[in-house]
Design a protein around this ligand. Structure first.
Ligand code: MOS
Length: 764
């Protein structure tokens, strides 16, 4: 069968990417859409200002909301004096726990397949305060300015209680085993501590990463209205279907009574889920009987939306003189809250990266009275690879070995903790190609060996890794019209990464249609599917759904074609799509166009909905995106200022569906990794748990001047076990980047910085 596909057509092989199955024939790029650098279809809309974001939808009679926040970390609200606010110009409503409607608890993310809640705390249901900055009320007014002014007039009296806000202090009192998705974050292979003690060469150190807050350019925002008992929500969402279900639970409604749409999102990174602000807006709209727009201020995002939690990680590596790892120990502690399920799982990358003889991996957690932490681009891997990959650099130095050779020496033959074979793993190629392109051979392994004027120059590298996921529940609807148009409907998301563009390519490729004959509808909870834009899995999940819908559609078309068609007698596995129709696989002259099939059947269109098989591939294969990261850093000998001069990411993520959008994802990840390495740090006042730098003026992220040209290359070797051969590209870029930067800075200066961010004061 596969030989027969070498011609022009795309086959419809059954089970084309289930475990042990065959590569998806689509991988053959028959129609030329897949792998093409198609520009984003939403680009013109965005440039022209015609792409409407959540805070831009107009609604008749709409009022504006301003949230106010607690100023203690724990305790009780004794009194809220809102008299002046109520009397202020334009004010429509002041809502506090005293007059808010009764609400059900918010289902927390991952506790139910449909849950989207960032925290599970009651929203204005009692007088309790759980973190410093918790929303404790909302003002509605005719204009945003009036709402902001009125909320500034509110005075609150508290009865404070002692709060756990100091990580170091709470840690002293003891931590407990952290769990992630129902499993303990713990792995053991052999007796690692003993092997470490006996190892010929060893390094051991503690690595510290701070708390991070989310800073997508688009502020978290919602515009919504009630129509009787139905709620219409324009949201900034990376999980529309989940958000609708969760809001229905909170307001005790039926699922179809809540509609959430989100056609465009200005960045998400794990933060654009359901937090208290959507619930506050919906509750206030219900109470006031008018539509409400609520846009969190930048400070409001810091107070309301959780980020990445801090970690303190121990990495101990023991090797023999050849560099073979005898012991790999990666343990440590992170902080979370009791109202969120997300301890930062920093050992996740370590589970699959190196074939050490013994391993001990463990995450302990403590609970703090603070804002619920959550997913932030490559949760676990972003900070876990920092600790692990700086430690590998330290071991390479202790061995007098090239850091790339050390890594390749320890390439695992199969997944060390799962025992599964890798679906596809081209780490060596990624490193060799990257080293060649970056000019790694010009690196002097001696620190502080290269200086240009005031600048010390160094090179470093690191491994990046991010798991492949595909979550279940992703039905898609596919409609084909007689005039040769295809429409895909699926409740997914466009956060700027190119979803609609790439899936239009995928659909056009499968159907043998031009790009402009395909419309991809998404961002609407009423569409089929329950697919999140998260875990770098949306592309694989949608692709699997489109493949399933396509197969079903072809079956329907063959039925409609009937006995009078040149296709008569052919089964779904014996035909292919090309040139706007179906043809025989063996004999391509047996062809009938979609228009002809539908015309003879007197049908204007045919519409199918199908779900892909359960995502079993990860039960049979260890599946990960891989990267080799290379950094050239300069550090000023007078000021200590670090600058990144060059960066190269060499990626192994399976087939690249669209080199333009993928390259942009890679670069975006690297840029966020540069921020993680050099700038990002949420500063919390340990006395009261208040975030002290809730703004982009004091919480630094990279700006253009901080970002050099970022070179990206990739293996483009299809993964035979992923739909379309593609693994994720969304998060891999931030993994390994922090370590590559730290290792380059070490090579430049001889200063080993183990606590992030690497600011100039640490380099003086
Ligand atoms: Mo994400 S942290 O997978 O949006």
């Amino acid at each position: 069968l596969m030989q027969g596909l070498m011609g022009k057509a795309v086959a419809l092989a059954p089970d084309s990417w289930v475990p042990g199955g065959h590569p998806d024939p689509l991988i053959r790029r028959q129609h030329g859409h897949i792998g093409k650098p198609v520009s984003r279809l939403d680009g013109p809309l965005k440039v022209a200002g015609q792409a409407r974001f959540a805070a831009e939808f107009p609604m008749d009679g709409m009022v504006y909301a301003a949230v106010f926040y607690s100023t203690i970390a724990k305790g009780r609200i004794v009194e809220i004096d809102a008299e002046a606010a109520r009397a202020a110009p334009g004010v429509v409503l002041v809502m506090t726990h005293e007059n808010a409607p009764k609400l059900k608890p918010t289902p927390i993310f991952l506790t139910d397949p449909k849950a989207a809640g960032g925290d599970g705390l009651p929203v204005l249901q009692d007088d309790r305060v759980h973190w410093n900055g918790q929303p404790i009320g909302v003002v509605l007014a005719r204009t945003q300015e009036e709402a902001d002014h009125a909320q500034s007039l509110i005075r609150v009296r508290y009865q404070a209680e002692e709060a756990a806000t100091d990580f170091d202090q709470v840690k002293q009192a003891g931590a407990r085993q952290a769990q992630f998705m129902g499993q303990p974050l713990h792995n053991e292979i052999g007796k690692a501590e003993q092997a470490f003690a006996e190892a010929e060469v060893k390094v051991e150190a503690t690595y510290v990463t701070p708390r991070h807050n989310h800073n997508p350019i688009e502020l978290h925002a919602v515009t919504l209205a009630w129509d009787g008992d139905s709620l219409r929500v324009h949201d900034a969402q990376q999980v529309v279907a989940h958000a609708a279900w969760t809001l229905a639970k909170v307001f005790d409604l039926k699922e179809d009574q809540v509609v959430v749409t989100s056609p465009f999102v200005g960045g998400g990174f794990g933060s654009k889920t359901l937090w208290q602000h959507q619930i506050l807006a919906a509750a206030a709209a219900r109470l006031a009987g008018v539509p409400v727009r609520l846009v969190l201020s930048r400070e409001g995002v810091y107070r309301t939306v959780g980020g990445r939690s801090m970690t303190e990680q121990r990495v101990a590596l023991g090797a023999d003189r050849s560099g073979k790892l005898k012991a790999l120990i990666h343990t440590g502690v992170t902080a979370k809250t009791s109202h969120n399920i997300m301890p930062e799982p920093f050992i996740l990358p370590t589970r699959s990266v190196y074939g050490a003889e013994t391993m001990l991996l463990d995450v302990q957690q403590v609970e703090l009275d603070m804002i619920g932490n959550t997913f932030m681009r490559a949760p676990g891997e972003a900070v876990g690879t920092f600790a692990l990959e700086v430690a590998m650099d330290e071991l390479a130095e202790a061995l007098g070995m090239d850091p790339i050779e050390l890594r390749l020496k320890n390439e695992p033959e199969k997944d060390p903790t799962q025992g599964l074979p890798f679906s596809s793993r081209e780490v060596e190629k990624a490193f060799r190609d990257g080293a060649e392109r970056f000019g790694w051979s010009r690196r002097d392994p001696r620190p502080r060996a290269r200086q240009e004027g005031e600048w010390l120059i160094g090179m470093g590298c690191a491994t990046g890794t991010c798991p492949y996921y595909r979550m279940p529940g992703g039905a898609a609807r596919l409609t084909l019209t007689r005039d040769g148009q295809a429409i895909v409907d699926v409740a997914v998301h466009e956060m700027g990464m190119g979803t609609a563009t790439v899936q239009t390519q995928v659909t056009a490729e499968r159907l043998g249609l031009p790009m402009d004959a395909v419309r991809f509808n998404y961002g609407d909870s009423t569409l089929p599917g329950l697919i999140m834009a998260g875990g770098s899995q949306q592309t694989a999940a949608i692709g699997a759904s489109v493949i399933a819908a396509h197969r079903t559609l072809v079956g329907e078309l063959l039925k409609l074609a009937g006995n009078d068609s040149p296709l008569a007698g052919l089964k779904a596995d014996e035909v292919a799509c090309r040139d706007g129709g179906l043809c025989g696989l063996e004999d391509e002259t047996r062809f009938e166009s979609y228009a002809s099939i539908l015309g003879r059947a007197q049908r204007k269109s045919v519409c199918v909905e199908a779900e892909p098989p359960q995502p079993m591939e990860t039960m049979h294969w260890s599946m990960h995106s891989h990267a080799a990261m290379f950094c050239e850093a300069a550090v000023n000998v007078v000021t200590g200022e670090p600058r990144i001069r060059r960066f190269l990411g060499s990626f192994d993520c399976g087939r690249i569906l669209n080199p333009k959008t993928a390259a942009s994802q890679f670069r975006g990840g690297v840029i966020m990794g540069l921020g993680l390495a050099l700038m990002e740090e949420t500063q919390v006042d340990p006395r009261n748990g208040r975030i002290m730098n809730p703004s982009l003026s004091e919480y630094h992220v990279p700006v253009h001047m901080d970002v050099p040209d970022i070179d990206v290359i990739w293996t483009d070797i299809p993964d035979p076990h992923a739909p379309m051969g593609a693994r994720g590209v969304g998060e891999i870029g931030i993994t390994g980047t922090g370590a590559a930067v730290a290792n380059a800075i070490y090579n430049a200066t001889g200063r080993r910085i183990r606590d992030l961010p690497i600011t100039l004061d640490k380099l003086l």
